[in-house]
Design a protein around this ligand. Structure first.
Ligand code: EPS
Length: 390
């Protein structure tokens, strides 16, 4: 990310999460309301564990906003961990508190536990799991909510919905001609965030079964951005390609194992004459009747909705743990378990929206520049007028 940069800090059971977003122009209306609303959406979802009953995430704006408007300076957000009060000794920064809790010595297969402990030379896996934890995604969502506000100012919306949890799957997709806004609205009514009510029932059943039998479930979700003009990103170099930047951002979310752009892998199985989006011209200028490419051609947005899909693996913390090895004695034993979510795919979709919004906001600023929102909007408007003339 070039024009818009961000960093997050914070451990899962530390005092809280901190995020800094730099590059948002001055003059954007910003309050905690849209941020808290997305934080709440991330916390919901059938299949979440005991931790979500403790947390009630809210953002505090620490810098970069005055009287409801951004200043153009770095925006710093804070989200507290309510669970911290149970971990003050166990996660204390003070040397005098060392040994406050038992070390974690039974790494979980599929988690960062073992590879992280080996890499960083830790004897206590907690020193890895605290940061690899998906708790950090609360700050991704908070910063993404700010990016969404910037995008909304030029008519860009980012939405998501769940398409699969385990084997339960809906064919509904923005690529299949369904209106993404309708899919999104229906998903927001569902506690598994699936737009297909009959499949939502199957997903809940699958989660109930997993909960009962002590395993976890992954799934897939689709993300759609509407209102993106043709011309964001560039074909000129690999790291300027918008498809690559969006894929990178989604692959960087905890537990994401696959990303598709448009029809993705399915495209490789069909002949070329079936998967290209034919070009037409009419009153609105150039348009397409299909969107197999997911709104991206040659690394550049083409004016169609951007459609991406991501696959989340099942959460590696299992109530019926898998085989592992004690970190010090090398004795064979079961992996550690305290508590965990059974399924977090509904939350992952919200996190995906945030990452896509951050990348699109970066690409928007790269194309249109502007130190103030007015300047950005002027530049955007001029370009939209130019597009109409083509
Ligand atoms: C997580 C384990 C659980 C999840 C957590 C991610 O937390 P705990 O170890 O406290 O039970 O609930 O997710 C969140 C805290 C969150 O806000 O999403 C993990 O190991 O990744």
């Amino acid at each position: 990310m070039d024009r818009l940069r961000f960093l997050t800090a914070g451990e899962s059971h530390g005092p809280g999460l901190c995020g800094i977003l730099e590059g948002i122009p001055a003059g954007l209306a910003l309050s905690t309301e849209p941020i808290d609303s997305d934080l709440k959406r991330r916390q919901k979802g059938y299949g979440r564990g005991g931790r979500m009953k403790i947390e009630s995430d809210r953002a505090r704006i620490y810098s970069g906003v005055r009287y409801g408007l951004t200043l153009g300076s770095p925006i710093c957000l804070l989200v507290e961990n309510r669970d911290w009060q149970n971990w003050e000794r166990g996660m204390s920064p003070l040397a005098s508190d060392a040994g406050g809790i038992e070390p974690v010595v039974r790494p979980r297969p599929g988690h960062a536990d073992l590879a992280g402990a080996l890499k960083y030379g830790h004897q206590d896996v907690r020193n890895i799991l605290e940061r690899s934890s998906a708790r950090e995604t609360a700050m991704k969502v908070a910063l993404g909510a700010v990016a969404k506000q910037l995008l909304l100012a030029v008519g860009i919306r980012v939405m998501s919905y769940v398409r699969a949890i385990g084997e339960a799957y809906t064919p509904l997709s923005a690529l299949g001609g369904h209106d993404p806004t309708d899919l999104f609205r229906a998903a927001e009514e569902s506690d598994v965030r699936c737009p297909d009510p009959s499949v939502s029932g199957l997903m809940r059943q699958a989660i109930d079964k997993a909960m009962k039998e002590g395993y976890s479930l992954g799934g897939t979700f689709e993300i759609v951005a509407t209102g993106v003009p043709a011309g964001l990103g560039s074909h000129t170099h690999w790291d300027r390609r918008l498809n690559a930047r969006l894929s990178y951002a989604l692959a960087g979310i905890q537990a994401i194992k696959g990303v598709e752009v448009g029809l993705g892998f399915e495209m490789s199985r069909r002949p070329g004459n079936e998967v290209m989006d034919e070009i037409f011209h009419g009153a609105p200028g150039y348009f397409r009747k299909t969107n197999f490419g997911g709104g991206l051609e040659g690394g550049i947005s083409n004016g169609m909705p951007i459609v991406l899909r991501a696959a989340m693996k099942p959460i590696p913390t299992l109530r019926r743990p898998l085989r592992s090895v004690h970190l010090q004695t090398h004795e064979a034993m079961e992996a550690a378990y305290e508590r965990s979510d059974v399924c977090a795919v509904p939350a992952a979709g919200v996190i995906g929206e945030a990452m896509v919004a951050l990348v699109l906001a970066d690409a928007l600023l790269e194309k249109f520049g502007g130190d103030s929102l007015d300047e950005l909007k002027r530049n955007h408007h001029g370009y939209m007028e130019y597009l109409k003339s083509r």
